[in-house]
Write a protein that binds this ligand. Structure first.
Ligand code: ATP
Ligand code: LTN
Length: 339
């Protein structure tokens, strides 16, 4: 069980169990979660309540929530160091979300690009939850007074909003929340789709060729990179006008810890075929190690349940303290304890 100390800053982050986690999730978020676990009090959540803003199959959502935890652990995030839990196990998230929604403007939510993108993708289900999604995300973060939030760059706008909400609440009701900061790594902050390199790689993309899942088998990984959309040139060089090859260079560098210059030199005079195979192999090298660990963790449900139960208890303890404070500050009459 993770033990938190007062001299460390707090980190909160989460991923939706809306599909199998991809190398975008890994390079943009999970890799940093792992790197930060020794120096911060870390709270990592499976945000199942966020996932239902898009229609899910209930049995799959249930199964994937546990699988997501096993993937977190397989990526080297250690339950002895961090708190893991499932969002719906801590009622404080929705309690705080309601209060914060009364300090969030309709206009602010209307400007969120994720809302616009997802509304376009799911035109038949533009529900209120999709619209207020960023308020629940702000509640996730502010509930634990997180200092730092490691995410991919697609979440930058949501973090900015969480900061604005925190500042607005603090001003209206006296200092209550820590104003959080995003932690976004430079090169892998936005891994792009393999089939359309102008778009972000996303685990819920209906086209499985567009993403590599952390749990994809090696031959599938190699095939996906082979088919990745590039351009008609054959020079391996970072170039903002050639997003396909630039994306593959970023992925290669992230998995091999090489710099783009080293990569360009290594593949000088060699075609895209050679390079794509090398990217696939570098990626598969890391992922097969993760998959071995995943298989061990997922086969021990009792252990995963124990981690979730302890994590929920720890998260609820912190969350309840924040909720009591917030309810008092906004003027809710305290529930009488009459015997
Ligand atoms: P969905 O497809 O269901 O919207 P998603 O794949 O975008 O999901 P989330 O669960 O919403 O993933 O995100 C978990 C974390 O992974 C977030 O910090 C997010 O910024 C990061 N992330 C997601 N996709 C990418 C990507 N392509 N590149 C870098 N980081 C990413
Ligand atoms: N909104 C994020 C997932 C998410 C999250 C959070 C990330 C929900 N709550 C709190 C960091 C902190 C996403 O869509 N990628």
């Amino acid at each position: 069980m993770a033990e938190f100390t007062k001299d460390r800053k707090t980190i909160f982050s989460g991923a939706q169990p809306s599909g199998n986690l991809t190398i975008g999730n890994y390079l943009g978020a999970l890799k940093n979660w792992q790197l930060l676990q020794d120096d911060y009090n870390c709270i990592y959540c499976v945000v199942d309540m966020h996932a239902i803003t898009v229609r899910q199959t209930p049995a799959e959502l249930r199964k994937r929530s546990l699988e997501t935890l096993a993937v977190y652990m397989a990526c080297g995030i250690d339950p002895a160091k961090v708190v893991f839990f499932i969002q719906s196990h801590v009622p404080g998230h929705t309690q705080l979300s309601w209060v914060l929604s009364c300090s969030t403007m309709f206009g602010e939510l209307s400007r969120m690009t994720q809302f616009k993108d997802k509304s376009a993708k799911h035109a038949d289900n533009i529900n209120a939850g999709l619209f207020t999604y960023p308020v629940l995300m702000a509640a996730d973060i502010l509930l634990y007074n997180a200092d730092l939030v490691p995410v991919g760059s697609d979440q930058k706008q949501h973090i900015e909003l969480a900061r604005d909400i925190a500042q607005r609440f603090n001003q209206a009701y006296s200092p209550t929340f820590t104003v959080p900061e995003g932690y976004i790594s430079k090169s892998s902050a936005r891994i792009m789709s393999l089939s359309d390199p102008e778009r972000k790689m996303s685990k819920s993309d209906p086209n499985p060729q567009s993403f590599v899942s952390i749990l994809d088998p090696k031959d599938e990984i190699i095939k996906k990179f082979k088919r990745a959309v590039t351009d008609s040139e054959s020079i391996v060089r970072l170039d903002p006008n050639r997003p396909g090859i630039s994306n593959l260079i970023n992925i290669y560098c992230a998995f091999t810890s090489k710099t783009p210059e080293e990569c360009e030199k290594e593949f000088e005079g060699r075609g895209y075929g050679d390079f794509k195979l090398a990217v696939g192999e570098a990626c598969a090298d890391t992922l097969t190690k993760i998959q071995d660990k995943y298989n061990t963790y997922i086969s021990d449900k009792a252990q995963l349940d124990k981690i979730l139960s302890e994590g929920a208890a720890q998260a609820n303890y912190i969350a309840n303290k924040t909720i009591s404070k917030v309810y008092r500050k906004v003027g809710f009459y305290a529930k009488p304890e009459v015997k």
